[in-house]
Design a protein around this ligand. Sequence first.
Ligand code: SF4
Length: 329
Amino acid sequence: MSKKKGRVFSGARPTGRQHLGNYLGAIRNYVELQAEYDCVYCIVDLHAMTTLDQLHRIRLNTAEMALDWLAAGLRPEETILFVQSHVPQVTELHTILSMFTPLGKLTDLPTFKDKVRLQPQNINYGLVGYPVLMTADITLYKADVVPVGVDQESHLEFAREVVRTFHYRTGRQVLIEPQMKNTEFPKVLGTDGKRKMGKSEDNQIELALTPKETEKVVRTMVTDPQRQRRDDPGDPDVCNVFTLHKSFSSSDDISMIDRECRKAGIGCVDCKNLLAKRLNEHLQPFRERRSELAKDPQYVWEVLEDGARRATIVAAETIAEVKAAAGLT
Ligand code: SF4
């Protein structure tokens, strides 16, 4: 792999067809990073198992997600795109690093406490070790940089701490302490205008919808709650339709809506129709490419297989160095 500014690693759980929240929060950034970094993007299927509620969908979700990423512009000839469990060295590194991680640190993490609250009936061993597996993901592929939003900074700091502990206890500097690349991941609200866009909330607008389906979903979006009638002036600053216009519409559209909404010069139906139109224009190349790629169902799996093969070359080197440092050879 040729060196650019360094190597970026990022992983995401297989959640199937991607929505606007995934696109604005991660995929767009993944595509842009390819210009400056060697990129390693991983579909973290083992992490997806910690909830045990969608096991039968992991394979399908993996294929759908990879297809969306490729259609959005990931270039598999330069970027490594693969599935976490296809490179088994990650579980080996996870076990080794877990010996260098105090249990109390894991159970004190706010993310673990959240999980305990969300799934009290299933507090499994994997859930506790989740951050160690994440550290193994990052360090196995010798990532220099990890793109993180503000809410993920503590995860990366945890990974850096595990690396430092490993180096201190073994006396060997074999892992890379990853740097954060702070990225502004906008929080994209769903069609309800209240909660973060997500499948579990059933408030998503999927990228791969048809233009008609997009219009239909956009029509259901909740707007400024104070605007009850067509003649009521609205406040675009509290309206999620306007937030999406800011990402997908022209500056002329945005200033027109900002001005006209406040004096009831534009109605919400017209404003939503315009948003659907802009979304459909923006997503048309993505949708065309997706349909083209989907004609060959094997294509995605070939890309993932090739990605795993290339990822394994780096992983095998790292695990050999780690084992030697830990006295396991
Ligand atoms: Fe929201 Fe547009 Fe309606 Fe204003 S006109 S409240 S920005 S949907």
